[in-house]
Design a protein around this ligand. Structure first.
Ligand code: WTA
Length: 686
């Protein structure tokens, strides 16, 4: 059968009313999906993951994971125990084993004779390039590890990494791992305030940053945010940071504090190229990564070493069908997000892959930049987010059509549900109608991919992540934790522990238990609504909590509301994620102004000025990614009798829909007031 002829599968119909109720609109109105794309027989025959993997994992799940840990990871001291779940929900995987993550990602490949293999093809946004072999990476990581030790960083100390997507970002993470100092990477788009709170929560001793990075054709600064984040501030505890290690990337002028600031190139060049990795317990913390939750305070998601590396390597090998000798792999995620941790730094390197790292945006200096990179390096596996695919779709197929993309053989998607139109475009225009697409569902908390087709096994359905990977037990349950039948909708849960699961929220065990393990006692609740189709395949329907997903980036409604009310203009604020064609969801804020400012919004200029002030304020408090797309000044907010804001109704307004059931409102006239007030058009888009 030709590859572009989909077979007809049973319907993946999605209707509304999935139980969780508040799943974002738009996702629920999806089509009757009847297409399915099985792998070609050639692909299937040579795939790393064969159908037997499911049986193997089902027959002996723990034995299966032990096998993966043994096959894919090198242990200094082999483990004898697979899982200790006696302290649930804090798991211990491979607990008595000892290893080092950087040794696994780098040294062992050199020892195996692959020192000359390219680890990283770096492509800077201005067009500068750098090729780093595994042998070179070993020297650079070793030097950086020695430099960190020389600056007083010891095993167990936390290091914050605030860098652009450059080679040093990966080197910095691995240098930390090499000495057993957990890293906490903060996305370079976060503001000084956001950085300050993460540094403080992690109690970081050192920050690694750069003078700046290149973005959209210009150098943008990073170090000033670090300076501001560690400067004394009224009401804040003195910073725990002793040194700031600064990579010179752009050459722009930076303010310098002699007793704290150290140039990376000076410290690293002065350091010895020999370094013995620090062997740590399997459960030694590898990193903390902050992510948005349902409250205003970001959660420091804690991942440890042995189980995380095992699942990172296993998923990267099987979901992307990686053949390290032949493939050129490229994940477009920034290391500031979990995808950049597991599928840029750890998974590919532990598997000895050759990968591309690109610093900039897809449309700089032209909208074909990504495809130019694919052609130039012969990228064979591409992993990106639906929002980027939709942007490329909008720019038009003629742009990718100008490049030779025939090297691509596996395409991945992550971060948000991919709409079937984008899926089909991705397959046809980028994948030449043959490359399997793997739609991978997972979270910062899960550490690695959990639900995804296997490219050589599964007949892929556009828009569905489909099946839990071998070794993973996931289900869709109703309010009472009962699995829903095929065709039913409910909440996505993970019913058995998995190796790369989070081990907690940094410094807050109670919040960990409460957030993930209390909704359905003993079962991990992911926060996503989902539906099973008639084949039992899983379709993700979006978050059912107060977390939004903007361009695949997680933001919390409460966090943005707190930022808004911290401005003197605002008395109250409610934020919703409204469906958006490009970014999946967009931030829409409803604000009530303080009495003395209320009249300022009465003129068009006045309300435009207020919107601008508030948008800038959010950017300063959190970062530009959190800026509301729209801010609507309203006289009241819809609340239940117990005072809970009914965001569902505001979402109806934001999405220009008829307002749904408002009977539980304390004051039913509020919605009329809001809608009358909004009759005049408002726009505040950049
Ligand atoms: C969403 C990103 C549908 C989901 C790796 C999840 C997805 C949140 C998918 C985690 C997918 C991620 N289909 N939704 N393939 N992948 N999500 O922590 O709502 O940044 O809970 O991790 O993204 O976002 P996070």
């Amino acid at each position: 059968m030709p590859q572009n002829e989909p077979t007809t599968a049973t319907t993946g119909e999605r209707t509304g009313g999935t139980g969780p109720g508040d799943a974002p609109a738009g996702l629920e109105n999806l089509l009757h999906e009847t297409r399915a794309f099985p792998p070609s027989s050639g692909f299937a025959a040579h795939a790393n993951a064969q159908p037997g993997l499911y049986d193997q994992a089902r027959e002996d799940r723990l034995g299966f994971w032990a096998q993966q840990a043994t096959d894919l990871v090198s242990w200094r001291t082999p483990f004898t125990e697979v899982l200790d779940w006696s302290q649930a929900p804090v798991a211990r995987w491979f607990g008595d084993g000892r290893l080092n993550a950087a040794y696994n990602a780098v040294d062992r490949h050199v020892e195996a004779g692959h020192g000359d293999r390219v680890a990283i093809h770096f492509e800077g946004e201005p067009g500068d390039t750098r090729t780093v072999t595994y042998a070179e990476l070993q020297r650079e990581v070793s030097r950086a590890a020695n430099a960190l030790s020389a600056l007083g960083v010891e095993t167990g100390d936390r290091v914050v990494v605030y860098l652009p997507m450059i080679v040093e970002a990966v080197v910095a993470m691995l240098a930390c791992a090499r000495i057993g100092a957990p890293h906490s990477v903060v996305f370079g788009g976060f503001s000084a305030d956001a950085l300050r709170s993460r540094i403080a929560d992690a109690g970081a001793k050192l920050v690694i940053t750069a003078d700046g990075g290149y973005r959209r054709g210009a150098a943008s600064a990073l170090k000033p945010a670090v300076d501001a984040a560690i400067a004394p501030k009224e009401g804040a505890k003195p910073t725990t940071v002793e040194h700031v290690l600064v990579v010179r990337r752009t050459g722009q002028d930076v303010a310098w504090t002699d007793h704290t600031d150290v140039w990376w190139h000076e410290a690293v060049e002065a350091a010895d190229v020999q370094h013995t990795p620090v062997w740590v317990d399997a459960e030694h913390p590898l990193f903390i990564l902050y992510t948005s939750g349902t409250t205003g305070k970001p959660k420091g998601i804690l991942h440890t070493t042995g189980g995380y590396l095992t699942q990172a390597a296993y998923t990267h090998r099987n979901v992307f069908d990686l053949k390290p000798e032949d493939d050129v792999y490229w994940c477009t995620a920034d290391i500031g997000w979990v995808t950049g941790h597991t599928y840029v730094t750890y998974g590919p390197l532990v598997n000895g892959a050759t990968q591309v790292i690109y610093e900039g945006t897809p449309d700089t200096p032209h909208q074909g930049r990504w495809w130019e990179i694919v052609e130039k390096y012969g990228v064979s596996i591409l992993y990106t987010a639906p929002t980027a695919i939709r942007a490329c779709m909008k720019w038009g197929s003629e742009i990718p059509d100008r490049f030779d993309l025939s090297s691509l053989r596996v395409l991945g998607s992550v971060g948000e549900p991919i709409n079937p139109e984008a899926w089909m475009w991705y397959r046809r225009v980028i994948g030449g109608d043959t490359a399997p697409i793997v739609d991978t569902w997972w979270q910062t908390e899960t550490g690695a991919i959990m639900i995804s087709p296997l490219p050589g096994v599964t007949a892929a359905k556009p828009g569905s992540a489909q099946v839990p990977l071998p070794g993973i037990v996931a289900d869709v349950v109703d309010d009472d934790a009962h699995p829903v039948p095929d065709g039913g909708g409910g909440y996505l849960v993970l019913s058995e522990p998995w190796p790369s699961m989070l081990r907690g929220i940094w410094g807050d065990l109670e919040r960990f238990k409460d957030t993930y393990w209390s909704r359905f006692p003993g079962i991990y609740f992911a926060g996503d609504g989902a539906k099973k189709d008639d084949d039992g395949d899983i379709w993700l329907l979006g978050r059912v909590d107060d977390v939004m997903n903007i361009s695949g980036h997680r933001l919390s409604t409460t966090e943005i509301e707190s930022a808004l009310v911290s401005n003197e203009l605002v008395a109250e604020a409610a934020v919703v994620g409204a469906a958006d064609d490009m970014t999946g969801q967009a931030v829409v804020a409803f604000v009530i102004l303080r009495g003395e400012h209320a009249s300022e919004a009465e003129t068009d200029e006045g309300s435009a000025a207020i919107e601008k002030t508030l948008r800038d304020h959010v950017a300063q408090q959190i970062g530009p990614i959190a800026k509301p797309k729209k801010i609507l000044v309203v006289p009241e907010l819809p609340k239940t009798r117990s005072g809970k804001i009914m965001r569902r109704l505001l979402r109806d307004v934001a999405e220009n829909r008829a307002v749904g059931d408002a009977t539980t409102l304390a004051d039913s006239s509020v919605m009329d007031l809001i809608q009358t007030g909004l009759a005049k058009p408002s726009s505040s888009e950049d």
